[in-house]
Design a binder for this molecule. Sequence first.
Ligand SMILES: NC(=O)c1ccc[n+]([C@@H]2O[C@H](COP(=O)([O-])OP(=O)(O)OC[C@H]3O[C@@H](n4cnc5c(N)ncnc54)[C@H](OP(=O)(O)O)[C@@H]3O)[C@@H](O)[C@H]2O)c1
Length: 195
Amino acid sequence: MVIGSRSKERAAEACEEICKRWPERDLTLEAGDNSRAAAAEIVIVATPWDAAALTVASVAQRLTGKVVISMANALAKVGDEFEPLVPPRGSVAAHVQSAAPGAMVAAAFHHLPAKALANLNTPIDADVLVCSDHVTAFERTAELVELIPNLRPLNAGSLSNAAPIEAVTAVLLQLNVRYKTRAAVRLTGIELPGK
Ligand SMILES: NC(=O)c1ccc[n+]([C@@H]2O[C@H](COP(=O)([O-])OP(=O)(O)OC[C@H]3O[C@@H](n4cnc5c(N)ncnc54)[C@H](OP(=O)(O)O)[C@@H]3O)[C@@H](O)[C@H]2O)c1
């Protein structure tokens, strides 16, 4: 796996930090700039929302034919409230898709609580809503989700659904503040064979 960054030194520091934290996991991480990261088979864009499309545009050529996963949420903290914003094209994921038209963009991972996601030893019981205009992008993203214990990928339709998926993150954050918890999304009524 390649950790990309605007600075290769920062990427190297991030790799070192992760390997130090999880020595027993024998992680094979490589540090690179964003261009190197864009050469990976599947690319996850995990920048602040207002940098996602710009970052993707800077390496768009390299992303042609690739699965690109957008996980950013366009939010603003206004006083004590989190409020959803409307980015260009209606969602961060749609903006990312327009910045790299040759890529196959999927939107996913928006609702996972940050602390739990950052802790490899904490299982997260959650559904991951995945939407895309490309079947391959959904399938590859779903495979990635399934590598994480207790996560279940759900096909949430086309990329036009990225807007409500991203926006509802504001609601989750608000609930976390109100109830001093780290809520995740688990939908009832959907039974999948073997899950
Ligand atoms: N944290 C989570 O578990 C989680 C869960 C669900 C969704 N998300 C979404 O995923 C995204 C990343 O979350 P995060 O907590 O990792 O964010 P973050 O720490 O604020 O940013 C991640 C990285 O983005 C790069 N970056 C920052 N500003 C940039 C800019 N102006 N242009 C280009 N790159 C920039 C930085 O890397 P370099 O300086 O090394 O380039 C930074 O380390 C967010 O949009 C968030 O809403 C996060």
